[in-house]
Design a protein around this ligand. Structure first.
Ligand code: ZN
Length: 222
């Protein structure tokens, strides 16, 4: 394995099917780390607030894993179905990271001890709420405009849970059959992929939020 000049992982040989899943998980884990120039690498134990390992915190992690194991497995199994969606790979990867809360949203960066100013923490769409995945993708008033349009376009009417995972499930369950559910899955993933892309363009390139432009892009590229 090596890193290309653009920071992309390249494999020395073609991956076998079972290796692909492991490679995805690896990408998933390392993609949420953002290198910061001038700061020395160090180990952080995520289970403790101060980042330091202790036997007590390790015990808590193991205890919680035990009680969550059933739910976690079911979750991962349900989640794994997104790899089978007829949509661009980038949309699936973004969706996978979103549903596991691994996207570098402001709250996640802060958890990783990346210093962000008060202003930078705010959602760049509405400027009125701290940015986290559920707000950005689902409950932000600007994003709600997009979901309104998407519902109008697809003709489905669904409850709008405020958590991304619940929203995804209730959206794709509106499909009449397996094919319909796959199609809605594809639309949902494309929406989130292009929404994330637009969020980055607004945040880093100074673009503005135009719900109709985004809708057209979803219809064309998704
Ligand atoms: Zn917002």
């Amino acid at each position: 394995m090596k890193l290309s000049s653009s920071g992309k992982i390249e494999w020395n040989k073609e991956l076998r099917e079972r290796e692909e899943e492991a490679a995805r998980q690896l990408t998933d884990v390392i993609s949420s780390f953002v290198p910061v120039a001038g700061i020395k690498d160090s180990w952080i134990w995520e289970a403790a607030k101060d980042g330091r390992y202790s036997i007590k915190s390790a015990y808590e992690v193991i205890k919680n894993q035990r009680s969550d194991r059933g739910a976690l497995r079911l979750d991962l199994e349900t989640l794994a179905s997104i790899w089978d969606t007829p949509t661009p790979q980038k949309a699936i990867v973004t969706g996978w990271r979103l549903l596991r809360n691994r996207l570098p949203t402001c709250d996640n960066l802060r958890k990783r001890k990346i210093n962000l100013g008060e202003e930078d923490l705010r959602c760049c769409l509405c400027q009125d709420h701290e940015e986290d995945a559920n707000h950005l993708f689902i409950s932000c008033p600007k994003t709600q405009e997009l979901w309104d349009e998407i519902q109008r376009w697809t003709g489905i009417s669904t409850a709008r849970p405020s958590a991304a995972a619940a929203h995804w499930l209730s959206f794709s369950e509106c499909g009449q059959n397996k094919k319909g559910r796959k199609l809605l899955n594809a639309i949902w993933l494309s929406c989130c992929w292009l929404l994330w892309k637009r969020r980055n363009e607004i945040r880093f390139e100074g673009k503005t939020w135009e719900v109709y432009n985004l809708l057209v892009e979803i219809k064309v590229r998704g």
